[in-house]
Design a protein around this ligand. Structure first.
Ligand SMILES: [Mn+2]
Length: 322
């Protein structure tokens, strides 16, 4: 239990959002985690679920027009900015209220676009929030650099203020942005070339799989915490994309990249943050129960991935081996 929080209360935000990427099924993530015992996992660790909310996704249909960004950025694309801006605003309202109440906030995706809401809302309540972004990808693309136009590859561009010039009114609520000393990325192994340039110019602290190999996950997390806690204690948010974990251990996800976190490395990230007593919120995103290691949905792959997801949440909420 985090000593930065006054209670053992936990608020759940179900965010079944899929329009940030191109594959159906990722919207089923919250439901399948709950069906497989999420609430029992949370309660067994001493947390009490105060609010269990689901955002309204009736306007998030695949038939919505995939609007282009305004004309001054001609030639660039971003898919569903209006729909996702509004959905993230809904998430942000819940996340901000939860943060102000002093409860732990657990947001279940959905794709990684939902973190614009959970972190953006967290930053409204706590502008000093530090973020650990665990992912196979950089998630720093802008409409100019994105090969796909999918917002789930852009959340860190939004959260660091790189999207301000695109004038997307549906994201006007996003007021506070992360500074370089407020963000570390862990487990990264796939970055688009122009995306890399944005990250380097901004000064992102990136621990790729090469650093995980070189220092071990213990060494990486020590350095990550040093960066985030250099100025003293601050609340921390863990944004966990299940695709950070090697597809061998978590195959049911949409953008698999080989060479990822081992089962224990994946857990150590969460365990070492739980130990800080500063973790106040977490996202778990990109579980797609319709996908397997190959393209077909294999029941066993789905079960393995959901189980890993539940276990990672348990580790972040304080579960220890001994
Ligand atoms: Mn991601």
């Amino acid at each position: 239990m985090s000593r930065l929080l006054p209670s053992n209360l936990l608020n759940l935000i179900r965010a079944p959002v899929a329009l940030g990427q191109g594959l159906e099924g990722v919207d089923e993530g919250p439901e399948i985690l709950v069906q497989n015992g999420l609430l029992d996992v949370v309660q067994a660790l001493g947390w009490k679920v105060a609010n269990d909310s689901e955002i309204d996704i009736r306007n998030l249909t695949w038939n919505s027009p995939a609007a282009d960004v305004p004309a001054h950025q001609h030639g660039t694309r971003i898919k569903f900015p209006k729909e996702l801006g509004e959905a993230c605003h809904d998430i942000a309202r819940l996340a901000e209220t939860s943060a102000r109440s002093g409860a732990f906030t657990l947001t279940l995706g959905g794709d990684h676009s939902v973190a614009i809401g959970s972190i953006g809302g967290g930053l409204l309540a706590r502008p000093e929030l530090g973020v650990i972004w665990v992912d196979a990808h950089g998630d720093f693309n802008t409409p100019e650099t994105s090969p796909s136009g999918n917002i789930h590859g852009m959340p860190l561009a939004f959260l660091t203020g790189h999207m301000a010039s695109y004038r997307l009114p549906s994201f006007d609520w996003l007021k506070n942005h992360l500074k370089p000393d407020q963000l570390v990325l862990v487990g990264i192994r796939s970055i688009d070339p122009e995306e890399r340039a944005i990250m380097k110019k901004w000064g992102a602290h990136v621990f790729t799989m090469t650093e995980v190999d070189r220092f071990g996950m213990g060494g990486v997390m020590e350095q990550a915490k040093q960066i985030l806690l250099r100025q003293g204690p601050r609340p921390l948010h863990l944004s966990y994309d299940i695709d950070a974990v090697d597809p061998h251990f978590a195959p049911s996800t949409g953008t698999k990249v080989r060479g990822g976190l081992s089962y224990r490395e994946a857990h150590y990230v969460a365990e070492s943050l739980a130990e800080t007593d500063a973790l106040v919120s977490m996202d778990l995103v990109e579980i797609n129960p319709r996908l397997g290691y190959v393209d077909l949905a294999h029941r066993e792959d789905r079960n393995v991935t959901v189980e890993v997801g539940l276990e990672l949440i348990a580790s972040a909420l304080g579960k220890k081996i001994y």
